[in-house]
Design a protein around this ligand. Structure first.
Ligand SMILES: Cc1cc2nc3c(=O)[nH]c(=O)nc-3n(C[C@H](O)[C@H](O)[C@H](O)COP(=O)(O)OP(=O)(O)OC[C@H]3O[C@@H](n4cnc5c(N)ncnc54)[C@H](O)[C@@H]3O)c2cc1C
Length: 403
């Protein structure tokens, strides 16, 4: 008979959010096991920027996130930010309607800050989180370990892994991304919006420096974001489009030309492009994040369109809120997995996650129409917002993770 391993908490999913929760819980004496179906990611090597004709080797990983000031403050509090081996600060944002003249622009000064956030490669943040967890006696990270099934017990869960291994715990956390197995097995229902869109993601070199400005254009194909990387002529781009096939089939030179035109040559010509990737985009929200002895965090609870660059930021906020509840309640008589603590977590996070999801849905609809009346309204709305100090401050605060 297989021996059942016993721990206090299992976090299923060692992505950005699951690892961040694990790192936040190292301040407790709880025995935490983090498991992930994938193999341990390789530590990234630093490489030089090399370009031949239009083919670029940027040395940056394709998946990056724009982390706001709240996420960075959280990573500092749990002792991780100092180990993120490189990041690029951005100090201003510019959002433009390429079908018209509407624009919203603001910089960090506008809200009395020195920067709005940092662009980081996801894998470097994961590396820093793992470094922090390596020193924690009570926390284990197990790779190549896929959750297959789980059974509710009176005071927790028993989990079954794909290699037949079994683990029992008082609390199971689903940090297993948009296709969460935990959510499915717990029968937690979601509302989902399929966009039939994919994100074309790659790194590029531009003719002019980006000036640490994060830019977004609402183009006819879909939203196009340029996130500034260091050195000053590199950007990571996400272009959300319905049919990525032609963009993916273009030669590097053709793609650079297409991009220069879609970005209105704001950074001059596009000199080179790194390998291109596509990611499916959708939006979904779990109606409940919790059940007795179970909670969802990050993309498992809510997947959001990358338009606003908020998915990881919302996930880190979930991890911090749940860790705070668990740390407070660990000494209570009802113990770990206490439903009251989980309810407080859900109550503190669901309204703001839902608000962001709904706002992204409204944006998506507003910008995917060719109706001239709506186009006019959109452009006028953007201009009015840009001229309204109160509204602009509100947007700048939200973008930087403030209230
Ligand atoms: C193109 C694009 C651009 C983005 N840009 C930004 C941005 O600028 N800013 C921002 O804040 N967010 C951004 N996001 C969103 C952000 O990347 C995600 O919200 C974030 O990475 C989610 O992290 P997570 O840990 O919740 O989930 P994931 O990163 O999906 O991690 C889930 C983990 O669970 C594991 N897992 C799954 N199933 C099982 C199982 N059965 N057993 C064991 N393990 C399992 C997986 O292997 C994986 O490692 C972007 C997203 C996309 C697609």
């Amino acid at each position: 008979m297989t021996e059942v391993k016993e721990v206090d908490i299992v976090i299923c999913g060692a992505g950005l959010v699951g690892l961040a929760l694990g790192a936040a819980l190292t301040q407790s004496d709880l025995h935490v096991l983090i498991l992930d179906a994938q193999s341990q990611p390789q530590t990234p090597a630093d490489t030089r920027v090399v370009r031949q004709d239009f083919d670029l080797v940027s040395g940056f990983a394709p998946r990056v996130s724009a982390l706001n000031k709240s996420s960075i403050a959280f990573l500092k509090r749990i002792g991780v930010w100092g180990s993120v081996s490189r990041s690029s600060a951005f100090v201003a944002m510019s959002v433009k309607d390429a079908v018209g003249t509407g624009a919203i622009e603001f910089d960090a000064d506008f809200i009395g800050a020195s920067e709005l956030g940092h662009i980081v490669e996801n894998r470097r943040v994961i590396d820093a989180l793992l470094l922090q967890l390596a020193d924690a006696d009570q926390t284990e990270v197990v790779w190549d370990s896929k959750l297959d099934d789980m059974q509710a017990l009176e005071s927790g869960y028993e989990l079954t892994l794909d290699d037949g291994g079994q683990i029992s715990c008082a609390l199971v956390i689903g940090a297993d991304g948009g296709h969460s197995k935990i959510r499915e097995l717990a029968n937690l229902k979601t509302v989902a919006w399929s966009y039939h869109q994919q994100g074309v993601v790659c790194n590029i070199e531009t003719q002019h420096g980006h000036g640490q400005v994060a830019r977004q254009w609402f183009t006819e194909r879909g939203p196009l974001a340029f996130l500034p990387l260091e050195p000053t002529n590199l950007c990571s781009i996400v272009w959300s489009v319905e049919n990525p096939e032609d963009l993916m089939a273009m030669s590097a030179e053709e793609f650079c030309r297409e991009l220069a035109s879609a970005s209105e040559q704001e950074l001059g010509g596009i000199l080179g492009v790194d390998k291109r990737f596509t990611f499916p985009l959708n939006q979904q929200h779990s109606l409940r994040y919790i059940k007795p002895h179970l909670a969802l965090i990050g993309d498992a609870a809510h997947t959001i369109h990358p338009l606003a660059g908020q998915g990881a930021n919302l996930g880190f906020a979930d991890a911090e809120a749940l860790a705070s509840e668990l740390l407070q309640y660990r000494f209570s008589e009802r113990g770990i997995g206490d439903f009251e603590a989980l309810r407080r977590y859900e109550k503190s996070r669901q309204p703001s996650n839902l608000l962001m999801t709904t706002a992204m849905e409204a944006f998506k609809r507003l910008y995917s129409t060719t109706n001239p009346g709506i186009n006019w309204l959109r452009n006028t709305g953007m201009k009015l917002t840009n001229d309204n100090t109160y509204l602009k401050t509100l947007i700048a605060r939200l973008a930087s993770g403030g209230g």
